[in-house]
Design a binder for this molecule. Structure first.
Ligand code: NAD
Length: 333
């Protein structure tokens, strides 16, 4: 049984504690938050769990095997470092750290101490992303052309990070999982309107073999949209994460060019076949992910969302930030 100490019980922390509660091989042992109101909420929802206001109590407890860091991004590095130094495995929220130097240091520290780092790239454990990965891996979509995502809503404004650092990690971690090859370059643009950080941003990522990805993230949208298009040579799919049924629709559509002598002679033919909606696993992603965390610790496995995966996402975010500062300059990775 992996006994977990959870630090941070704001918006996301309750989901971590609730899902840890339902696991066979892990359980929440202690919850820490510096806010007494947050701790009162823990005691109401989970009367059996010990609550503390100082992270040191979790870090020093011999009864705790792993720490979940569910606090704002700027606190991740310090809390994770202290947890690793105390010999605890770490489950840490996305984005892993505020910069790549911090991520590298934590990866080295965990390796030296033979401890596991898992970055909460929750979407990798959804039925939708698992199906998309299956479709790309099996070659059902054919050679990949593009990944195009719209992830917009009104708020929730974060105070310490921009909309790119808040929302883009979801798409970047999904791309890291389904697109073969390391990203080559990033172009990003964005603007600040309200509290000194970008609240609207557009990010383009160039991958090998002409694969291009685009993410539109926005905290100032009147409606919530979570729609991703993925185009391949054989098939294309639309993933609408907000609908209950048929979240993924796969279209047997495509374009073929039979070339003549020059561009003017090219014969373009369009294929429009059937659409189908694959059956998706219905389990809650965090439940699957936290069970996998316990499994990785107990069986000494390297998680798909380990510190290196977290670092790759942070490197793309850093490149996007630099590009935004330079008004959309291409930044090579
Ligand atoms: N994986 C996901 O889909 C997902 C979704 C939402 C948020 N997140 C991530 O979760 C993290 C937390 O986000 P949130 O929206 O819950 O933030 P939040 O501000 O709502 O909650 C953070 C909590 O941490 C507490 N806290 C902060 N510093 C602390 C410290 N040093 N010691 C003890 N308690 C401390 C605060 O009192 C607060 O209750 C962020 O990294 C965010 O990116 C991930």
């Amino acid at each position: 049984m992996i006994r977990v100490g959870v630090i941070g019980y704001g918006y996301w922390g309750p989901n971590i504690v609730r899902n840890l509660n339902g696991l066979e091989f892990a359980r929440p042992h202690m919850v820490c938050d510096k806010s007494s109101k947050a701790l009162a909420r823990v005691r109401k929802a989970h009367p059996g769990i010990q609550t503390v206001s100082d992270p040191a109590e979790i870090l020093c407890s011999p009864e705790i095997d792993a720490v979940a860091v569910v606090t704002p991004v700027w606190t991740h590095y310090e809390l994770a470092k202290r947890a690793l130094e105390s010999g605890k495995h770490v489950f840490i929220e996305k984005p892993f750290t505020s910069n790549s130097a911090q991520a590298k240091e934590l990866i080295d520290l965990a390796a030296r101490k033979n401890l596991t780092i898992m970055v909460d790239h929750t979407f990798l454990f959804t039925g939708s992303v698992r199906k998309i990965r299956e479709l790309t891996e099996s070659g059902a979509l054919g050679e990949l052309y593009y990944y195009d995502s719209l992830r917009v809503n009104l708020g929730l404004f974060q105070h310490d990070v921009s909309v790119i650092w808040d929302l883009a990690p979801h798409d970047l971690s999904i791309m890291d999982y389904i697109i073969k090859g390391e990203p080559e370059a990033v172009v990003a643009t964005g603007e600040k309107h309200l509290n000194g950080v970008e609240d609207v941003a557009y990010m383009t990522i160039y991958f090998p073999r002409n694969v291009i990805a685009h993410i539109n993230v926005n905290w100032l949208s009147p409606v919530k949209i979570r729609t991703t298009l993925i185009g391949g040579q054989k098939k294309m799919l639309v993933w609408n994460d907000l609908v209950a049924d048929e979240k993924i629709r796969v279209y047997d559509k495509g374009v073929q060019i039979a070339s003549g002598e020059g561009i003017r002679d090219a014969l373009v033919s369009y294929r429009t076949g059937d659409m189908w909606a694959p059956q998706l696993e219905q389990l809650e992603a965090l439940h699957v992910e936290l069970g996998y965390f316990a499994d990785c610790i107990m069986n000494n496995k390297t998680p798909i969302n380990d510190g290196h995966a977290g670092l790759r996402v942070v490197q793309m975010l850093e490149a996007a930030e630099t590009s935004i500062q330079k008004k959309g300059e291409l930044i090579r990775l």
